[in-house]
Design a protein around this ligand. Structure first.
Ligand SMILES: *Cc1c(COP(=O)(O)O)cnc(C)c1O
Length: 522
């Protein structure tokens, strides 16, 4: 399978292998790499995965996209990448909420001539994706990506060093640092918005060890950091200077194909697990809700749907920065709006980079995609036509949760489900999934991506549960949450208490390029 750019028609001689796409990160024309076609998964092939471990399911799915890797190579990447899960079944970690199908019918109403209330059939499964070393779903891809890159260097005969540049809204940074730390032939540099990430997220990053890592704060928000990184990627002079030091740039943001493809696996695997748990039968359709920022995670669910996993609706959940809700509702993507800092900071994003891939797959027309992306760059907005809008309407539902609704959802789930605590990002997803059900009456089984451990956002979670955190230290907050929650503190967060701060750089957005060159020369 070959990969092409979203922004220009490539001759087949220009299409690249998956190893090349993973090394380059971005296509030469500034577009994103996409597979020339989306492989199909037959029902019997889904059924075959039923008795398999997560790692085996992963190799099966990855090999359909990464055809220039051998099965053995992929097996090694996956086994090394997932050697850390703290649950026995690895990523097959769906938690099933309000599965009322097997519960006794409610007692008949006092007036026995009235019809009995119907038994509620609502099924909600949470896909806990945060059992990795950094307690957010991004580990699911970023623990595998460095191994995919190692093999990609070998396959393409690359002898230069690869420098990974990352702009992070909080969780990608730490997950990428953890994945790439001390990986040979790589350097990794992470930019995060100064004051735009949670205390724990910041501590996770600035304490990162490794001979090849750099962490720098940027005075600005996530979009400033992301635009700075994009600018560096597009700057020929910087690339030339880096080349003198035998360094090539690449990306570990979800614009990199190697970030997206491992995420497809868990949607396939979750569907299989729901069959295994007898919530559904093979072929039954489910809906999937994803709390969304850069549109990477939900795009992975889209690929799973296109492959043939019986997913009906994809529900795109946003927070107060609901640019995607507006886009799906009106057909206009407009970033000229106020930016809010919310309690779900990993979704505080106004440019959802991976939307470009969706536009490509749904139009099949790179010239149109380029036009929309050029418009977005110059005016901050673009509009899709009614034909495309109708197509997207059939696939997606979009909604958002306010800060108040997010807090109320954390509290509501805690009370309803035996002290089960969800993080604010997951709560946004949960709230929007409920809105979708109320608005449409569609009661199909719902799978909601649970994207972070609640411990990662302890102050917001405790606040939502009515606990005053103003006098507690970060670690006091973890202990307090531990007291009231049904789950333990993840080991990676508990030990931050004693970790030394190593990285203290802060730069203006305009100084990011300089910082990259300085790190390259180290
Ligand atoms: C990154 C992140 C998201 C958003 O995912 P995208 O792939 O960027 O849409 C949601 N929740 C958490 C906890 C995250 O870290």
């Amino acid at each position: 399978m070959k990969y092409v750019s979203t922004r220009s028609k490539m001759k087949s001689s220009e299409a690249v292998t998956s190893a090349q796409a993973i090394l380059k990160g971005l296509a030469p024309d500034g577009g994103l790499f996409v597979p020339e076609e989306i492989p199909k998964l037959k029902p019997a092939e889904i059924e075959r995965l039923l008795v398999k471990r997560y790692e085996v399911r992963a190799v099966d799915i990855l090999h359909r996209f990464l055809t220039d890797y051998t099965i053995d190579e992929l097996a090694e990447c996956v086994e090394l990448g997932y050697d850390w899960f703290d649950v026995p079944k690895r990523a097959t970690i769906a938690i099933f909420l309000n599965d009322k199908m097997n519960q006794p019918a409610p007692p008949p109403p006092a007036d026995s001539t009235a019809a009995a209330a119907p038994v509620e059939k609502k099924v909600t499964a949470l896909l806990e994706l945060w059992h990795g070393p950094t307690s957010a779903f991004k580990d699911m891809a970023l623990q595998v990506l460095p191994h995919l890159m190692r093999y990609a260097l070998k396959k393409t005969g690359e002898t230069d060093q690869i420098m990974i540049l990352v702009a992070t809204s909080g969780d990608t940074g730490k997950a990428a640092l953890a994945g790439f730390s001390d990986v040979p032939q790589t350097k990794i540099m992470v930019f995060y918005p100064d004051g735009g990430v949670s205390d724990l997220q910041r501590l996770q990053m600035v304490t990162q060890v490794g001979s090849n890592v750099n962490v720098t704060a940027v005075k600005g928000n996530f979009d400033d950091a992301q635009n700075g990184v994009k600018k560096i990627f597009g700057d020929k002079a910087i690339r030339a200077e880096l080349a003198e030091h035998h360094i090539k740039l690449s990306s570990a943001n979800s614009i990199n194909w190697g970030r997206l493809v491992p995420q497809i696996v868990y949607y396939v695997s979750a569907y299989v697990d729901m069959i295994d748990a007898k919530m559904i039968k093979l072929g039954d359709k489910i809906n999937v809700t994803v709390p969304t920022g850069n549109f990477g995670n939900i795009l992975a669910a889209y690929y799973a749907k296109r492959m043939g996993v019986p997913i009906d609706r994809l529900i795109c959940a946003s927070n107060a920065n609901h640019i995607l809700t507006d886009f799906f509702q009106t057909g206009v993507y407009d970033r000229n709006r106020e930016f809010y800092k919310t309690i779900s900071p990993s979704m505080d994003i106004l440019i959802s980079s991976n939307l470009e891939r969706l536009l490509f797959h749904e139009t099949g027309d790179p010239r149109r995609v380029k036009k929309m992306m050029d418009e977005l760059a110059s005016t901050g907005k673009f509009k899709i036509d009614t034909v495309l809008k109708k197509k997207l309407d059939r696939i997606f539902y979009a909604g958002f949760a306010t800060e108040e609704e997010t807090r109320a959802t954390i509290d509501g789930v805690f009370k309803e489900f035996a002290r089960y605590v969800i993080d604010p990002h997951t709560a946004v997803g949960y709230a929007v999934a409920e809105k979708y059900r109320r608005e449409t009456g569609d009661e199909r089984p719902m799978l909601i991506a649970s994207t972070a451990s609640p411990y990662k956002f302890a102050p917001a979670v405790l606040g939502a549960l009515g606990v005053d955190v103003s006098k507690m230290s970060e670690f006091g907050q973890l202990d307090r949450l531990n007291n009231i929650s049904s789950r333990m503190i993840p080991a990676g967060l508990a030990k931050l208490d004693k970790a030394a701060v190593i990285h203290t750089n802060v730069v203006e957005p305009s100084q990011m390029a300089e910082a990259v060159l300085a790190f390259a020369k180290q």
